[in-house]
Design a protein around this ligand. Sequence first.
Ligand SMILES: C[S@@+](CC[C@H](N)C(=O)[O-])C[C@H]1O[C@@H](n2cnc3c(N)ncnc32)[C@H](O)[C@@H]1O
Length: 380
Amino acid sequence: MAAGTPARFATPLAELLAARISNGGPISFAEYMEACLYHPEHGYYTKPQAQPDADYYTSPTVHPIFARLIARQLAEMWEVCGQPMPFRVVEAGAGAGRLAADLLDFAARALPAFYAALHYTAVEISDPQRQRAAQRLARHLAAGRATLAATLPEQIPVGCILANELFDAMPVHRLVVEHGALQEIYVGWDGQRFVEQRGPLSTPALREYFARQDVVLREGQQAEANLAACRWIEDVGRRLGRGFLLTVDYGHPAAELYDERHLRGTLLAYRWHRASEDFYAAPGEQDLTAHVNFTALEQSGRCAGLETTGLVSQARFLLALGRANAFADLYEPGQTETDRFRARLQLKTLLFPEGMGETFRVLIQHKGLARPALTGLAPF
Ligand SMILES: C[S@@+](CC[C@H](N)C(=O)[O-])C[C@H]1O[C@@H](n2cnc3c(N)ncnc32)[C@H](O)[C@@H]1O
């Protein structure tokens, strides 16, 4: 508990949110989640002392093979686009820059022609995360191969936008079906604690979201809708002239995401590597995240000229890219057999269904290109 925070408030942000709701009335869950993750002073990702690594790990932190195989896929995309100079890779939600650094280090060493054509922009809205990324990327920033930014470039004439676990960190609206009617879940304050309240939809876009995907929720079912992801993808699609959008995230197509296995939705809070459904326990000090709806990403992409190239599991994507050289990229020169053994175990975490192999999926979309064939999507 922060100094000066009354005992009834779990965090300083809880106090601010309680005051906001007391003054202005209940807010949508998306507004609550936006503040929890991105409040300028107290947001989970944006506060000065943000340390999301303490609560969860992502594929880039498991082993650099993840970044190296993505580098190989990007190099092939560059070839498919006719080897333009420059080829822009824009990583959105780059966090502390680990994927960017491993990818650029590998490209510089193993794919020199691609590296010479590459201009990498690591886009991250969190200032502290961007500062960490600046340290990791120092060598590539100095070489003029990389830049850091808080927002997307206006134009990406030719290149690939890369998003690893971006969409799962966007605020979602929460809905529930009550007496056959779609209701929204709002966050209220009863003077002691946050309380959930049901009410009419805050925007007609929510009904359209489900109708467009032919999703009919069951009586009592709770579900999330990530309208921010749809807006983001339409925006980025318009900025891209020619090239690709490569998304890696956990989630499902709509038919699975809203089926009988997910009647309570998929939203979870994460703190110290433990998941919970107590979304109000520590506003700003715990992560909130929901599974990604890949059907919505595909549909929104099409509105901005992005056609689906393919959607595969992370395991299939990495296996397809790694098998050409029997995963030789896993190893560093001079490694001991113990190091090599450890690297193989880490690769299994990325590939195995009980690790990240099947939960995570890779969606590739393209624009301005005729049916591109990519190794990462190749059938086995
Ligand atoms: C779940 S973390 C993943 C970080 C990193 N990609 C990884 O895989 O380790 C999501 C990141 O996306 C950032 N983010 C969320 N929305 C963003 C946006 N619209 N533009 C740029 N960064 C964003 C957050 O600040 C956070 O650092």
